[in-house]
Every structure is written in structure tokens, then in C-alpha cells.
Design a binder for this molecule. Structure first.
Ligand code: AP5
Ligand code: MG
Length: 216
């Protein structure tokens, strides 16, 4: 049966970084709603135009748009063995939709690692983050620098700083997480799916703890 993992946690805790590594190591697809929205914005699709104003302000994109996008993504062939869901679900409505979607696929959620780091670490991480234009690979000026400044190690494309990584927007995104997403922590704890992972460790150490959590 296919495997589905949700990486839960506030902005900047390392969901994207870890999902990228876990996908490579497990063969599961990496499904990042933030990255899917950014791709749509770059390609100026109808969804991209709708989503851009929310993302720019650090608000969540409405549930119906997000759910439809994920549903379509999970039906792609590369999700056949399952997926690492990075940034979805983010509201109780999305969590219910995720359950229904996976049930339709004859599957269910297997684990929800919840990554935690102190708020000052989040700010430091997001202020030094660089993202690749082509595929969303993630770097950090100090903690995970690319070999060649400004260029992605994996595909040679340009690195850029996300428009929603401005300090004021980051603070707002953290508040939106507290208000709208943090209720999912108790929801998944009650379901017995949640494992807490300390994200303020070396990237490799966090990966190891995530792999252990997924296997158990
Ligand atoms: P999204 O792109 O998902 O942003 P986010 O949740 O705010 O999370 P981030 O991507 O900022 O952080 P991350 O946890 O992935 O950290 P990363 O690995 O990059 O969403 C963006 C927007 O899209 C939302 O605000 C919303 O508008 C919309 N959206 C997305 N999903 C939605 C949904 N489901 N519903 C509605 N709207 C939605 O790491 C951060 C930095 O730290 C990097 O520089 C990295 O190199 C570094 N780093 C990582 N790990 C370590 C480590 N262990 N030690 C040192 N540095 C590290
Ligand atoms: Mg991310």
C-alpha cells in the first residue's frame, strides 16, 4: 500500500529541506503546496494569479483552491508509491479533505512528524534562505550554502530570495500558523500519528530522526 507522510511545523523549520532529502531516500514523491503555488505564479496560471495576493501577504490560500490543487497532484503517476506532503494540510478543513482524498486512493496517512524550532531560529533561517528558480531546491547563506554563490547545485538555475521572507511577512506567517495550523498538532496527536522532532539540529541528524519516525 502507498505511504503518505505529512511534515507539520511552522514556517522555516526545515519542512522543504527535509522533504527533498526524504523523497530522494524513500522514493516517495515530494508534494509541496508552497512550491506548487510558486510554480503557478511563475507560469501566470489562473490559480497562480488567485494565489499570489494571499502568499504575498503571508495569508493562507483559500481551502477550496488548495485542496483541488493537491488532489490533482496526488493523481500524478509519480505519486503511485505515496508522497511526502510538505505544507499540506494546514487547516482542519484541509486535514479532513486529506483523509477523504487518501481514502479515495485506498490509502491513509501513515505518520505526521511535527518539526519544532525556537522562533528566533526561524527568523535567522528565513532571512538567509535562497531558493532555486527552476525546481525550488533550498539553500542557506550560512547553514547550507551552494557551492557557487547564487547558483543551484542541482540544476544550475538562479537562486532567489522569496518575496514572503521579509521580516514583517515572516512574523505574520508565524501568527497565521499559530491561529490556523497549530490546532492540527492536537488533532494528529489524538489520532496517534504525531511524532515530535527537534528541528534545531544538523540537517543530517533531523533526517535520521525523521526516517526513524517514519519507519516506526
Ligand atoms: P510554504 O512554501 O509551505 O512556506 P512555509 O510553510 O511558510 O514554510 P517554509 O517553506 O518557509 O519553510 P520550511 O519549513 O520549508 O523550511 P526550509 O526547509 O525552506 O508556503 C508559502 C505560502 O504558500 C504560505 O504562506 C501560504 O500563503 C501558501 N500555502 C502553502 N501551503 C498552503 C496550504 N496548505 N494552504 C493554504 N495556503 C498555503 O528551511 C528554511 C531555511 O533553513 C533554509 O534556508 C534551509 O537551508 C535552512 N535549514 C533547514 N534545515 C536546517 C537545519 N537543520 N539547520 C540549519 N539550517 C536549516
Ligand atoms: Mg518550504
Amino acid at each position: 500500500m502507498a505511504t503518505y507522510i505529512v511534515l507539520l511545523g511552522p514556517p522555516g523549520v526545515g519542512k522543504g529541506t527535509q522533504a527533498e532529502i526524504l523523497a530522494e531516500q524513500t522514493g516517495l514523491a515530494h508534494v509541496s503546496t508552497g512550491e506548487l503555488f510558486r510554480e503557478n505564479i511563475k507560469n501566470k496560471t489562473e490559480l497562480g494569479v488567485l494565489a499570489e495576493s494571499f502568499i504575498h501577504k503571508g495569508e493562507l490560500v483559500p481551502d477550496n483552491l488548495t485542496i483541488a490543487m493537491v488532489k490533482e497532484r496526488l493523481s500524478c503517476p509519480d505519486c503511485g508509491e505515496g508522497a511526502i506532503l510538505d505544507g499540506f494540510p494546514r487547516t482542519p478543513v484541509q486535514a479532513e479533505a486529506a483523509n477523504a482524498m487518501l481514502a479515495d486512493l485506498g490509502a491513509q496517512l501513515n505518520a505526521v512528524p511535527y518539526i519544532i524550532v525556537p522562533e528566533e531560529v526561524i527568523i535567522r533561517r528565513l532571512s538567509g534562505r535562497w531558493t532555486c528558480r527552476e525546481h525550488g531546491h533550498i539553500f542557506h547563506t550560512l547553514f547550507n550554502p551552494p557551492v557557487k554563490e547564487g547558483i543551484c547545485d542541482h540544476d544550475g538555475s538562479e537562486l532567489y530570495q522569496r518575496d514572503d521572507d521579509k521580516l514583517e511577512t515572516v512574523k505574520h506567517r508565524i501568527q497565521v500558523y499559530i491561529d490556523r495550523t497549530s490546532p492540527l498538532v492536537e488533532y494528529y496527536r489524538t489520532n496517534g500519528l504525531l511524532t515530535e522532532i527537534r528541528g534545531d539540529q544538523e540537517i543530517e541528524q533531523v533526517t535520521q530522526e525523521l526516517l526513524d519516525a517514519i519507519k516506526s
